[in-house]
Design a protein around this ligand. Structure first.
Ligand code: S3P
Length: 170
């Protein structure tokens, strides 16, 4: 069994994932890092040089590859589960955990790593976050076995909470 952490940019998927992997003894896999390794360049360069559609193709390949392995904590990218094939593949082998946060919290967290997210390189970031969230939330919720609101929680608190909920199954 895997644990897949998914949800919007800035909800803490990678940070929580690392802590959770340590606590559970599962291997940590970060899909954004897998995409970068496969493409041989950073995410902003993939978007710039090859376009978003090419990025999504690579994202699907690494998602399905991860889904085919076992005993991992998989940190998805914010868009990974919006693809039906990736969502279904991951759901078959993973407990699907949706992490959420309020738009203000998301904005604070993504501003720390300013230029790493092509979709948020706009002037009106909070508006962009709200629009994307509104479009994505129904898909996120549909994919979730468990939903955790991380607002006001540290990554350690979120990982502990997950361990209490599903530690026995891992
Ligand atoms: C994206 C989220 C990013 C990364 C890419 C696209 C999205 O991952 O995959 O910039 O569509 O929400 P994080 O959620 O890890 O920032």
């Amino acid at each position: 069994m895997n644990v897949a952490l998914f949800g919007f940019m800035g909800v803490g998927k990678s940070t929580v994932g690392r802590v959770l992997a340590e606590r559970s003894g599962l291997r940590f896999v970060d899909l954004d890092a897998e995409i970068e390794a496969r493409a041989g360049k950073g995410i902003p360069s993939i978007f710039e040089e090859q376009g978003e559609a090419a990025f999504r193709e690579i994202e699907k390949i690494v998602a399905l590859e991860a889904a085919a392995s076992d005993r991992q904590v998989i940190a998805c990218g914010g868009g990974t589960v919006l693809d039906a094939e990736s969502r279904e593949g991951l759901s078959e082998t993973s407990i699907m955990i949706l992490l959420t946060a309020e738009p203000d919290t998301i904005l604070e967290r993504v501003e720390v790593e300013d230029e790493t997210r092509p979709l948020l390189q706009v002037d009106e970031r909070i508006g962009r976050i709200e629009d994307l969230l509104a479009a994505r939330n129904p898909h996120y919720i549909k994919a979730a076995d468990i939903i955790i609101d991380t607002t006001g929680m540290t990554p350690q608190m979120v990982a502990d909470h997950i361990m209490r909920l599903i530690g026995g199954e891992l």
